[in-house]
Design a protein around this ligand. Structure first.
Ligand SMILES: NC(=O)C1=CN([C@@H]2O[C@H](COP(=O)(O)OP(=O)(O)OC[C@H]3O[C@@H](n4cnc5c(N)ncnc54)[C@H](OP(=O)(O)O)[C@@H]3O)[C@@H](O)[C@H]2O)C=CC1
Ligand SMILES: C[C@H]1O[C@H](OP(=O)(O)OP(=O)(O)OC[C@H]2O[C@@H](n3cnc4c(=O)[nH]c(N)nc43)[C@H](O)[C@@H]2O)[C@@H](O)[C@@H](O)C1=O
Length: 326
């Protein structure tokens, strides 16, 4: 006789200790999935093809969420392009190949909104992919992410697999990286404003001109979107998604300037000094707003308001200061 465990898919979450991977584990547990498979980086180096192959042969997951990657903000991407390209290509190639070889029923690959051309029309539709030059500060990472999308589509076309891709906008939330050099803007600003408040500093430096526009999605919304896309039945997926342009944008559909974001974070943290913009630091792409029509038509929209999300993330930062990635 079958028990409930036999009916539940066994789900491998690659990168479960990262910001998104941890949110995926929380969402899957909340949704009642019981057979979650996880490995730390120390237990399984996903750039090691033999180790990945052995892991899939042993564990035989039926679903995979591919949320492991070399990740960082504008400075990290611009400074370590070799690692961003090499490690991300290996992680994706190893997992996608092993997932095909070992009969994974469904896989979700996480890309990024930086796959689109630097000057793509705004908001950026999925069809903007490969229509123009990329933003130089994250070209290496973007090329790895484009390769991941095309790997999924190629295995689907050649082998009939069901490998799906989502392109998140800039994410933030509990579990983020708060390193001052290598993190993304939102956690960096939380940490800078918090420290400035404690030090009663007169000003905080914000990189760049403050004019670039970015769209910010809370990681719990991102996890909810991932489960939504993964749970779409194969017929819906096949009939509504173009097999040669199969990635789905995930965002809020709303963006703010970096200056506006900085003022929002300062207010939440309670920093009352001046903001000083440092034009010697790169702005990156001028605007990166996703067109989220496709995912909305498939039944999903974001729920967490940006100010509420910043407030909640700041509380998380305060409660976890001893344990967070700095
Ligand atoms: N954060 C954001 O704003 C955005 C993220 N994304 C994408 O979402 C996904 C998740 O990102 P996020 O959670 O923010 O990133 P994190 O850096 O928080 O998490 C990535 C995880 O991957 C693990 N990892 C990296 N390399 C390896 C490896 N060789 N072997 C095993 N594990 C490895 C890391 O472990 P360890 O730390 O031990 O190396 C970490 O736990 C990524 O694909 C990213 O590209 C897309 C758009 C925006
Ligand atoms: C998610 C996305 O993340 C990266 O792209 P990005 O959107 O440019 O990322 P960012 O969050 O680091 O910066 C956003 C903007 O904010 C400004 N900015 C101000 N002050 C700080 C600051 O203190 N830190 C940082 N990091 N940026 C700052 C910064 O100068 C820039 O104008 C990609 O490389 C790519 O990998 C990717 O996919």
């Amino acid at each position: 006789m079958l028990n409930a465990q036999d009916l539940s898919p066994s789900i491998y979450i690659a990168g479960h200790r990262g910001m998104v991977g941890a949110a995926l584990v929380r969402a899957l547990e909340r949704a009642g999935y019981t057979q979650l498979i996880t490995r730390t980086h120390a237990e399984l180096d996903l750039t090691d093809q033999t180790a990945v192959e052995t892991f899939f042969a042993d564990q035989r997951p039926t679903q995979v969420y591919l949320a492991a990657a070399k990740v960082g903000g504008i400075h990290a991407n611009d400074t370590y392009p070799a690692e961003f390209l090499y490690q991300n290509l290996l992680i994706e190639a190893n997992i996608i190949q092993a997932a095909w070889r070992h009969g994974v029923e469904r896989l979700l690959f996480l890309g990024s909104s930086c796959i689109y051309p630097r000057l793509a029309p705004q908001p950026m539709p999925e069809t903007a992919l490969l229509t123009g030059p990329l933003e130089p500060t994250n070209e290496a990472y973007a090329i790895a992410k484009i390769a991941g999308i095309k790997l999924c589509e190629s295995y689907n076309r050649q082998y009939g697999t069901d490998f799906r891709s989502v392109m998140p906008t800039n994410l933030y939330g509990p579990g983020d990286n708060f390193d001052l050099a290598n993190s993304h803007v939102l956690p960096a600003l939380i940490r800078k404003f918090h420290q400035a408040k404690l030090d009663a500093a007169p000003s905080v430096t914000v990189w760049g001109s403050g004019t670039p526009r970015r769209e910010f999605l809370h990681v719990d919304d991102m996890a909810a979107a991932c489960l939504h896309v993964m749970d779409l039945d194969p017929d819906t997926w096949r009939t509504q998604v173009d097999p040669r342009c199969s990635h789905l944008n995930v965002g809020t559909g709303v963006d703010v300037t970096i200056a506006e974001l900085a003022h929002m974070v300062a207010e939440v943290v309670g920093f009352q000094g001046q903001l000083v913009f440092d034009p010697s630091k790169p702005d990156g792409t001028p605007r990166k707003l996703l067109d989220v029509t496709r995912l909305r038509d498939l039944g999903w929209t974001a729920a967490i308001d940006l100010t509420d999300g910043i407030r909640q993330t700041y509380h998380w930062f305060l409660e976890h200061q001893g344990q967070i990635r700095l």
